[in-house]
Design a protein. Structure first.
Ligand SMILES: N[C@@H](CCC(=O)N[C@@H](CS)C(=O)NCC(=O)O)C(=O)O
Length: 227
C-alpha cells in the first residue's frame, strides 16, 4: 500500500467521547490527518442506535468514512489499516518485523476477547431478559474482562517502555482507552501491572494532551470511573 501524505487525508469518524472511536481518533491525531467527528452514543438507547444504523447496520460505533469514500467498521481493522497506510507515523511494526506476529495477536485479542463483551453489557436485556438476573451478568462479565486483561499481562512479554517495546504503537492506544472502561483503570492496574506503565505513558504523551482533554478527559476520579 503506498504511503500518502497524512495532511491530504480527510476522514469522518462516527463515535462519541470515550467510545471505541477514541483510539482511532488518537491514531489519526498522531498521524496528522484531518478528522470530522459525528458524535453518536448508541449505548444510550435506541434513538442513538437509529442515528448510526444508516452508517453501520450493526448499530454501533466506531464507523470511519475513509478518504476514498468507503465506509469501514471494526475498531481493530481501522487501527491496523491506518498503521499500514501511514508507515511514516511509525505506529505499527512493519509486515516483516519480528514484532508483527505479537502485534497482530494482541490487536485481534482485544476486540475478540474483551470489546465484544460490551455488546452484552450495553443493553443487558438483549441476552438476559429477566431484569433480576442482569446484575449477576454485569458482575460476571466485568470479572471476565478483568481476567482477560490479566491473561494478556501474563503473556505479552516485557512491555517497556511501550507494549511492544521501544515504540508507541496502535496497540498502546487501543489498550490505553479500553482499560478505562469497566471494570475501571484502577482494576486494570491490579490485573495488569506489567502493562500499567505503558498505558500511563500514553495518557501522559504530550502529543495527545489536547486530544485527551477534548475527547476523553482525565476528570477527578477517572481511574475509579465505570462505563
Ligand atoms: N466490534 C466493534 C464493537 C463496537 C462496539 O461495541 N461499540 C459500542 C460503543 S464503544 C457500541 O456501539 N455499543 C452500542 C450497542 O452495542 O448497542 C468494534 O470493534 O468496533
Amino acid at each position: 500500500m503506498p504511503a500518502t501524505s497524512a495532511s491530504e487525508d480527510r476522514y469522518v469518524l462516527y463515535g462519541a467521547p470515550g467510545s471505541g472511536a477514541t483510539p482511532v481518533h488518537a491514531a489519526l491525531t498522531l498521524i496528522g490527518a484531518q478528522v470530522d467527528t459525528v458524535d453518536i452514543a448508541p449505548w444510550e438507547g435506541d434513538a442513538e442506535r437509529e442515528r448510526v444504523s444508516g452508517v453501520n447496520p450493526m448499530r454501533q460505533v466506531p464507523a470511519l468514512r475513509l478518504p476514498s469514500g468507503e465506509l469501514m467498521t471494526e475498531s481493530a481493522a481501522m487501527l491496523l489499516w491506518l498503521g499500514d497506510r501511514h508507515p511514516e507515523a511509525g505506529l505499527c511494526p512493519a509486515p516483516d518485523s519480528p514484532l508483527r506476529a505479537r502485534y497482530l495477536r494482541w490487536m485481534v485479542y482485544l476486540p475478540a476477547a474483551i470489546y465484544s463483551i460490551y455488546w452484552v453489557r450495553d443493553d443487558p436485556s438483549r441476552l438476559v431478559p429477566d431484569a433480576a438476573s442482569q446484575p449477576a451478568m454485569l458482575e460476571r462479565s466485568a470479572e471476565r474482562i478483568a481476567h482477560c486483561w490479566h491473561l494478556m499481562d501474563e503473556q505479552i512479554g516485557n512491555p517497556s517502555p511501550y507494549l511492544l517495546g521501544e515504540r508507541l504503537s496502535m496497540l498502546d492506544l487501543y489498550v490505553a482507552v479500553m482499560s478505562r472502561w469497566t471494570p475501571t483503570r484502577e482494576r486494570f492496574y491490579r490485573e495488569a501491572p506489567r502493562m500499567a506503565e505503558a498505558v500511563k505513558r500514553v495518557d501522559a504523551d504530550p502529543r495527545l494532551a489536547a486530544f485527551w482533554a477534548a475527547r476523553f478527559p482525565f476528570v477527578a476520579g477517572w481511574e475509579q470511573g465505570q462505563s
